[in-house]
Design a protein around this ligand. Structure first.
Ligand SMILES: *[C@@H]1O[C@H](CO)[C@@H](O)[C@H](O)[C@H]1NC(C)=O
Length: 286
């Protein structure tokens, strides 16, 4: 039994740190939280880099919510898009976080895309888009149930207004219907008809993929749609980010990465619970 107390002392600062981290993650998600990353498998050729594109995007990120650019020699194309309800300072802060993640998460990949809760940024070799049109890049469905028919009706009503809403709302629209908050956004260079089509597809996918789940987020190449169910009322400001557990499927490398991260967090959480349990047993003995 002698080994346990010393183990407890050695590990408890770590345990407390882990608890704090988990508590922070459980609170309303920050606009800086990573949603997914996509990295091309191939590397950029020697000498090529996304640095020029990165610095142009960073310099434009407090002036607009969307910006696209090419490197001086036109070899690399890149863009950022901030969520429509962010202030310009939040947009700039979000882009400042996302752009350096290209290299920290993807190395010198031929193309990289980083989606945070509040913004996304991508680059690719000009003229060679890595994905096309309305392809689904990532989805996440809540692990809880919305609680049946009443919920699904509310959810579908909220979602059905997104398509017309984005077209009228210059590419971003958020709405609350009873207990459901729904949001959609298109990439800034999409025409309003292309945007409406993209969002229609994202909405259908979120209904099909997430079924009766209490939240859903579907990210296509050019747009995304999400909904969140708040049985005790939608918080003012809408809550913005997603909640609920990750859900596999959809067939992309990016999702596996996210699943591993979530799995890692769950493992840490389990370890913490074990430690706390061991500690409470020891306390009782004292
Ligand atoms: C930005 O996007 C628009 C629309 O897709 C395109 O016409 C334009 O050439 C892009 N700008 C750059 C610098 O690539």
């Amino acid at each position: 039994m002698g080994i346990l107390p010393s183990l407890q002392i050695a590990l408890s600062p770590l345990a407390i740190l882990a608890v704090l981290t988990l508590a922070a993650a459980a609170a309303d998600s920050s606009i800086f939280d990573l949603v997914y990353k996509g990295c091309a498998n191939q590397q950029l050729t020697a000498g090529a880099s996304a640095d020029d594109v990165a610095s142009t995007l960073l310099s434009q990120s407090s002036a607009s919510k969307f910006f696209n650019t090419s490197s001086p020699d036109q070899s690399i194309y890149g863009l950022f898009q901030c969520r429509g309800d962010l202030s310009s300072s939040d947009c700039a802060a979000c882009v400042a976080k996302a752009v350096p993640m290209w290299s920290s998460l993807c190395g010198a990949a031929l193309a990289a895309r980083v989606q945070l809760v509040g913004c996304y940024a991508l680059y690719e070799v000009a003229g060679f888009p890595q994905v096309s049109g309305n392809q689904m890049l990532y989805k996440k469905c809540g692990s809880g149930s919305g609680g049946g028919e009443g919920f699904e009706e509310q959810r579908d009503t909220a979602l059905s207004s997104l398509q017309s809403g984005v077209a009228a709302g210059r590419g971003f629209y958020a709405t609350t219907y009873q207990s459901v908050y729904a949001m959609a956004q298109c990439e800034g260079d999409l025409s309003s008809s292309a945007c409406g089509q993209c969002v229609e597809e994202a909405v259908q996918k979120s209904q099909v993929e997430c079924g009766g789940a209490n939240s859903g987020q579907v990210y296509l190449d050019k747009c995304y749609a999400s909904y969140n169910y708040y049985p005790n009322g939608v918080p003012t400001g809408g809550g913005g980010g997603g909640s609920g557990g990750a859900d596999g499927g959809g067939g992309k490398q990016t999702e596996r990465t996210v699943a591993i991260v979530v799995g890692g967090a769950a493992a840490v959480g389990f370890l913490v619970i074990c430690l706390l349990f061991a500690r409470s047993l020891l306390k009782k003995k004292d």
